[in-house]
Design a protein around this ligand. Structure first.
Ligand code: NDP
Length: 294
């Protein structure tokens, strides 16, 4: 029987845990933990993500605020806002919503965020800390939310990782590469494939765990998957449905693969909600570290 690795029960457990932690740290700091999202321009997809983040933050008992900047903004304006929020002792978590308007130096902005408030885990400092965590010691740095959410999901469903062959499709700095670091840290044997990988099927067919993060709908099919493999689908792709309306699908042909896999994440309802959960989770962790340092 294939196990569906749904986010819902994990979210329910995490919300309870986060509510309790938020109460404790609120008492220690004398205020609620606070997340600030900096957004420039009017990207409609960003607006939906930000609303989701705000709703989840409120459900858990932390503050979430948005700093809106116009689409005409320059790099120096965004940097000034980031520096002000870095210096603000009432802010625990700070993220800059992507995409930024054309002309804004996204790399400079990414690395301007104080690593101790970098709850997206995107700064070079935190990526370096993640890769440098000594074997056998817990990862304590803030880290990219999507792979951390996947690790939580796999842990919740007791998916064994040590000694397993994991193949990650995609090598982005926010998903593929940090996913590799986390699976490696959990003692999996990790291969990263990408658009220039030749014969990815030969690699995939040997995988105990596949993490698909390419943005290519249906790129993983039943022909690629070993029976009993665990499939994690990160992809979020909008395609035309049979009714003419657009629908959200992953990178995996769910219908074809689900009977072969021992476990599989659904899209929607799998990895996506875990990413938002981890953003709030890491904001509370950042607040806990701030409280401990007082
Ligand atoms: P990027 O576009 O930054 O990276 C995509 C990666 O996929 C690249 O490394 C690319 O290779 C690789 N790739 C593309 N085509 C192929 C192929 N045919 N075979 C193997 N690898 C391929 O995307 P992200 O990492 O940001 O996101 C990936 C997907 O995950 C997207 O659908 C995105 O929407 C989704 N996503 C979902 C999240 C969630 O919460 N569920 C969060 C973040 C992302 P190369 O480097 O060679 O170009």
């Amino acid at each position: 029987m294939t196990k569906i690795l749904a986010a819902k029960p994990v979210t329910e457990a995490l919300v309870k845990e986060m509510q309790a932690s938020a109460i404790t740290v609120t008492a220690q700091l004398g205020r609620k933990p606070k997340l600030v999202v900096v957004v420039a321009g009017d990207d409609p997809a960003s607006a939906i993500y930000i609303r989701n983040k705000q709703r989840r933050a409120e459900a858990v008992g932390i503050d979430a605020a948005t700093e809106h900047l116009p689409a005409s903004v320059h790099t120096s304006d965004v940097l000034a806002v980031v520096q002000r929020l870095n210096a603000d002792d009432g802010v625990d978590g700070l993220i800059v919503q992507l995409p930024l308007p054309d002309g804004v130096d996204a790399e400079a902005v990414r690395n301007a965020v104080d690593p101790d408030k970098d709850v997206d885990g995107f700064t070079d400092v935190n990526q370096g800390r993640l890769w440098s965590t000594p074997k056998g010691q817990p990862i304590t740095t803030l880290r990219p939310c999507t792979p951390r959410g996947i690790m939580k999901l796999l842990d919740f469903y007791n998916v064994p990782l040590a000694g397993k062959r994991a193949v990650i499709l995609g090598r982005s700095n926010i998903v593929g590469k940090p996913m590799a670091a986390m699976l490696l840290h959990a003692d999996a044997t990790v291969t990263i494939a990408h658009s220039r990988t030749t014969n990815p099927q030969t690699i995939l067919s040997d995988a105990d765990i596949i993490v698909a993060a390419t943005g290519q709908a249906g790129i993983v099919s039943d022909a690629d998957v070993k029976p009993g493999a665990v499939i994690v689908d990160v992809g979020m792709n909008r395609i035309a449905g049979t009714d003419g309306k657009s629908k959200l699908v992953g990178d995996v042909d769910f219908d074809g693969v689900q009977y072969l896999a021992s476990a599989i994440t659904p899209v929607p309802g799998g990895v996506g909600p875990m990413t938002v959960n981890m953003l709030i989770y890491q904001t509370i962790e950042a607040a806990q570290k701030r409280a401990a340092a007082k």
